[in-house]
Design a protein. Sequence first.
Length: 251
Amino acid sequence: MASFDESASKKQRVEFGAVGSPVPEDKIAAKGRRDVLLVGIGGPSNAGKSTVAWELMDKLATPVWPIQLDWFFMFEHVPDHPDWGTNCETHECIDFQCLHAELQRVSAILAEAKVVPSNLKVKASNEYRVGPDGIDIIREGWAGQPLMDECIFVVVEGFLLFYDAAVSSLCSVKLWLQADRDTCLQRRFERDPGMEFSEFSDWFIGLVWAHFELYRDRQLANAVGALRLDGSALLEPTVARSESHCRQCAE
């Protein structure tokens, strides 16, 4: 079964309330009384979306791990590029319909639960990432904790997250993390070494960055009002701006 490792976030767990502390009955959310706000993070490959998502998860004290667009890859639909071969940068290989359905389902469950569920699996098409039975997004140590009336944030991130208008419309909070091409290229090279840099650079510019530019206008059109963030800026102030924006949207 696919699962996350809490240590991957490298941050101390933030709890809704102290473990073992009694919670007044009137403070526990009744069915349907809690808002769930999806926080969508889009932008080019290696702009820092995953890093911000994990930091924001802790700052917003959400009981679930960030949901990743990569889980919804359909490898049987990955086309070949005439120059670069396998092309995982296109919208054709993303199961947006499944993503939309799963975001709605997760939101509905969290909106009604009185305590954090013991497990909450997201089922997606990319079994390499989520396993055949889905991936449990409840963070380690959070199951069973009481949920109050305050809204819950669920972070979602991906390089084509705002391509689909229906998925984008589900995101009550939209963040657009942009970094320049060379910064993204260098980060991607350091993450995925294996080619000579000159060959890697040609591939990244000709395939990855070219598709980002191809879809950028459509994504931004579907993400009107998104908070624009600099992916090459220091992480701490970027996360602080993101958190502040999320909380303002929840008011």
